[in-house]
Design a protein around this ligand. Structure first.
Ligand code: HEC
Length: 102
């Protein structure tokens, strides 16, 4: 009985980490496909398109603000409301905070 419970917990942990890495992969893919051409691989805005639009390096603005900007757009940045799901927008904001700016 005990052993089965342990196995169950281990199984859940494997499932959870598996799902997390999939979510991370998706947010990374979203960033690369939709954001990187302007914001650069590391968020510095150092691409030809980024320089042309005077994109500033992404900063640590709170994740909630970032979600709002991604939804509504800012200056020359297109709005992503409707193009990305709320979950994708949140994931990509989390990705910027946890992977790009660290
Ligand atoms: C066509 C070029 C372009 C694309 C594509 C683009 N952005 Fe932007 N982004 C801009 C510009 C221009 C600004 C406004 C100027 C600035 O603040 O750097 C901006 C601003 C931002 C800001 C606000 C920065 C701040 O703190 O003021 C965030 C966050 C952001 N973009 C995230 C994203 C994400 C995430 C994506 C992909 C879903 C994306 N952008 C796609 C050009 C772009």
């Amino acid at each position: 009985m005990k052993r089965i419970q342990v196995l169950g917990v281990l199984g859940l942990m494997v499932l959870a980490t598996g799902t997390m890495s999939i979510a991370q992969g998706t947010a990374e893919a979203t960033y690369k496909a939709k954001c990187q051409m302007c914001h650069g691989a590391m968020g510095a805005g150092d691409t030809p398109a980024g320089k042309a639009m005077k994109v500033q390096p992404l900063n640590k603005s709170p994740e909630g603000d970032m979600v709002a900007i991604i939804k509504k757009g800012k200056g020359k940045m297109p709005a992503y409301d409707g193009k990305l799901t709320d979950a994708q927008i949140k994931d990509v904001a989390t990705y910027i905070h946890t992977s790009l700016l660290n």
